[in-house]
Design a protein. Structure first.
Length: 196
């Protein structure tokens, strides 16, 4: 993330800078063959030795060089196999949603993971950061499934909606999105047009 200043008004805008593309179209899914409509895009060119023969064979069908990541975007599209998607499909002011794997925070307690309140901190209390009661006694004689408890936090797919494209730089394949997006630095994200 960084911030951009408007030279006229002096207003500062927090933005996330994302390298987006160029992404070649590897495959076009069709309802009569695959049962649904989608396009498959590739990202991050790599040496051929870093991919398996199966992956290289799949990419060679569309005359695409070796790429590390493949992602499908569902929905109808006019793109054909072999076309290239760049940041120029977006314009400043477009509403988008960004999906990615959120930052993993490891094993956390209920206060951090589920925003539980802490217990009393004085008079010899032994229940400062504990979860409290998690079930009844004689009935149901067990803990219900789905009880919010301590456990691994983060590291799951997150979609941030309601974001706005602030600016694009087609020469450097960079898109600047106002606000924060899910995932760590150098993580892989998917940018989609927000459904109207």
């Amino acid at each position: 993330m960084t911030q951009l200043f408007d030279p006229e008004s002096g207003v500062v805008t927090p933005v996330t800078v994302i390298e987006a593309g160029p992404c070649p179209v590897v495959q076009v899914r069709k309802p009569e063959i695959d049962g649904y409509e989608a396009i498959q895009l590739a990202f991050e060119p790599v040496a051929e030795r870093k991919l398996t023969k199966g992956e290289l064979g799949h990419l060679s069908k569309s005359a695409t060089s070796a790429h590390r990541h493949l992602v499908e975007f569902r929905g109808p599209s006019e793109l054909a196999s072999g076309d290239t998607v760049t940041v120029e499909i977006f314009q400043a002011g477009d509403k988008v949603k960004v999906a990615g794997i959120g930052i993993g925070k490891g094993f956390q307690g209920t206060i951090k993971r589920h925003n539980f309140k802490s217990g009393p901190k004085s008079h010899g209390s032994h229940n400062v950061r504990k979860p409290g009661s998690i079930g009844a006694s004689a009935w149901p004689s067990r803990v219900f499934k789905g009880m919010r408890m301590a456990g691994r936090m983060g590291g799951k797919r997150v979609t941030q909606v309601g974001l706005t494209v602030h600016d694009i730089d087609a020469e450097q394949n960079v898109i600047m999105i106002k606000g924060a997006v899910p995932g760590p630095k150098n993580g892989i994200v998917e940018i989609r047009e927000e459904a109207r």
